[in-house]
Design a protein. Structure first.
Length: 239
């Protein structure tokens, strides 16, 4: 009777050890599956290349440039767009065709290209030097920073963006806003939401390191301006 009890106890201990090992190993399986299924975040989402973002939002460094990024780079307001990293190219614009190239917005399936045409000078060729225009204003920076007061004297809303600092924001007609502590050099873009043109007048404020920028309605496209660049020396340029 004692021998049978010892055999039963050993069998129970063995069964308990097996069940315990299974319970310990089970949580690791869902965790491994969860880790493998976690998708990578696409640094260059497709929305950057669709309207209205295509003409209003500057894409991050390393992404294929959209229309606004190309235009500002051509005007000298942004660095020449960098070549996308291997990881960004593999993910693709909008995460499509991840291994065989980037599918452009609106492009038919099966028609692929490696990168949207940027119109920029290839990296292995020096960029042509363009004559520098005279500054529209000059201010004395305060420890390398500037405060900008935007004054919208038009009746239309104006969309503005501090490149690399803020997302596009809307400034209502007949109102103003103050952007504080911007590090120079800095680029600000703006456009009327009704599609009209803007006359942009920058003027140094009496307060050190401050600039007041006034928006008025333009009567023709030649008067229109859509970007302002403040250099590290305080020179203000319009484009």
């Amino acid at each position: 009777m004692n021998m049978q009890f010892q055999k039963f106890r050993k069998s129970a201990e063995l069964f308990g050890a097996i069940c315990g090992g299974l319970l310990i190993s089970l949580p690791a399986i869902p965790q491994a599956i969860a880790q493998e299924s976690t998708p990578k975040v696409n640094p260059c989402p497709r929305i950057f290349y669709e309207e209205p973002h295509n003409t209003r939002v500057v894409v991050p460094q390393g992404c294929p440039p959209n229309a606004l990024t190309q235009r500002l780079a051509a005007q000298g307001l942004l660095p020449v767009p960098a070549t996308p990293s291997q990881d960004q190219t593999r993910l693709g614009v909008g995460g499509e065709t991840p291994e065989s190239g980037v599918m452009l917005p609106g492009q038919a399936p099966g028609v692929q290209t490696q990168q949207p045409s940027t119109g920029a000078v290839p990296n292995d060729q020096p960029a042509a030097q363009q004559p520098r225009q005279a500054p529209s204003a000059t201010i004395a920076l305060a420890n390398g920073t500037v405060n900008i007061r935007l004054v919208n004297d038009t009746a239309a809303n104006v969309t503005f963006q501090v490149i690399g600092d803020t997302a596009p924001r809307s400034l209502q007609g007949k109102s103003d806003v103050i952007l504080q502590g911007l590090s120079a050099p800095v680029t600000v873009t703006f456009e009327r939401e009704d599609g009209g043109q803007l006359i942009v007048t920058p003027q140094a404020s009496s307060e050190p390191g401050s600039l007041e920028v006034t928006f008025n309605e333009a009567t023709n496209a030649a008067q229109g301006r859509s970007a302002m660049r403040i250099e590290a020396n305080g020179s203000v340029y319009l484009n």
